[in-house]
Design a protein around this ligand. Structure first.
Ligand code: KG4
Ligand code: ZN
Length: 333
């Protein structure tokens, strides 16, 4: 597989992390992230206008940090990659505008990357050679998708959520349980001392589907909290919620990989940082004789290294964006 052989400066500003990275081929030289977590925690969720403004402030220092950490000077950069779709359009525009300015000023190749292709590419940083084709489970704050990855750039979605994403199930459940924002890490922490079988919760869709539904789970947690009131055991509820989400995701992902006849599964996206989910999928894949890959934690939640990795393949194939590259709120993979 051919890869672009000069350092790529990659930018990612699609949601609430301002990120810049330097990547050469499959090697991540730096991965700088300025998190807006504290900013949005006061509102209990991402406020688009505030996110865009924070990206404007943080982007240039984050690019400087990425170059410094990589030990690469500006004149050594060979291309600029940026997430241009999908996401919050105001937030995306900050990264896209900066990437265009940098590419134009230095006469460098420019490439726009789909955010989910970034997540799918995050596993390419692993030492192990990822086999193609493989199945992938993308789980983030906005997405829950099962994807057949035939080669880098060739994707087919075979299952998706019909309502909430897995990350939303964590975030909304955490809010009901009074665990704060962002919900995933808070639920994981509370669940450490909890009993996952204490409160049985609904798993959503039944039957042979590869789709997901998490809205019933959210309602069930709400009902449980109302019913139990002050006698609710929060660690047990958090553990039950996490267990249920991990079980559903594991069941469907294994079903998808078995149905596809592929011998490998990857787990990517912010929710892939969840320890219980990683363990559950790893164990299930072992039972099925399927190879399992998931990136290190810092490449699970939003970052720019994964955008650089995706760009490595596209740039090597000669793909280039024009200077009129645009930010797009919605876009298919
Ligand atoms: O991929 P990501 O950083 O942003 C999006 O593209 O949406 O994913 C963010 C989501 C949030 O819902 C957050 O609660 C969840 O990932 N998350 C986790 C964990 N860390 C982040 N969910 C469960 N366990 C975690 N440890
Ligand atoms: Zn993401």
């Amino acid at each position: 597989m051919t890869l672009f052989d000069r350092p790529i400066l990659a930018l990612e500003t699609s949601c609430d992390e301002t990120a810049a990275a330097v990547v050469v081929g499959r090697k991540v030289l730096s991965n700088a992230v300025a998190s807006q977590m504290e900013l949005h925690a006061q509102w209990g969720g991402v406020v688009p206008e505030a996110a865009a403004r924070a990206h404007v402030e943080a982007l240039l220092p984050t690019i400087e940090a990425a170059l410094r950490d990589a030990g690469v000077t500006r004149d050594k950069i060979g291309a600029v990659a940026v997430t241009n779709r999908p996401g919050l359009v105001g937030a995306l525009s900050v990264g896209v505008t900066a990437a265009k300015a940098l590419a134009f000023a230095r006469k460098l190749p420019l490439i726009g990357i789909h955010h989910l292709e970034g997540h799918l590419s995050s596993v390419l940083a692993l030492e192990d050679e990822i086999p193609f084709p493989h199945a992938a489970l993308i789980v983030s704050g906005g997405h829950t998708e099962l994807v057949e990855v035939r080669s880098p750039g060739e994707y087919r979605i075979v299952g998706a959520t019909r309502d909430d994403a897995a990350g939303e199930a964590f975030d909304k459940g955490a809010r009901v349980l009074g665990l704060g924002y962002p919900g995933g890490p808070a639920v994981q922490k509370a669940a450490l001392s909890g009993d996952p079988r204490r409160y049985p919760l609904p798993k959503g869709l039944s039957g042979e589907t590869l789709d997901f539904s998490f809205s019933g789970l959210k309602t069930a947690v709400l009902r449980l909290a109302e019913k139990e009131g002050s006698s609710l055991n929060v660690p047990d509820a958090a553990a039950s919620l996490q267990y249920t989400i991990a079980r559903v995701l594991t069941e469907r992902a294994v079903r998808a990989v078995v149905a596809s006849d592929f011998r490998a599964l990857t787990l990517v996206g912010g929710v892939a940082a969840n320890r219980a989910l990683r363990d559950s999928l790893r164990a299930a894949c072992e039972r099925e004789g399927v190879a399992f890959f998931t990136p290190p934690f810092e490449l699970c939640t939003d970052n720019a290294a994964m955008i650089g990795l995706a760009a490595s393949f596209r740039l090597a194939r000669g793909e280039r964006a024009d200077i009129d590259l645009e930010a797009m709120a919605n876009a298919d993979l």
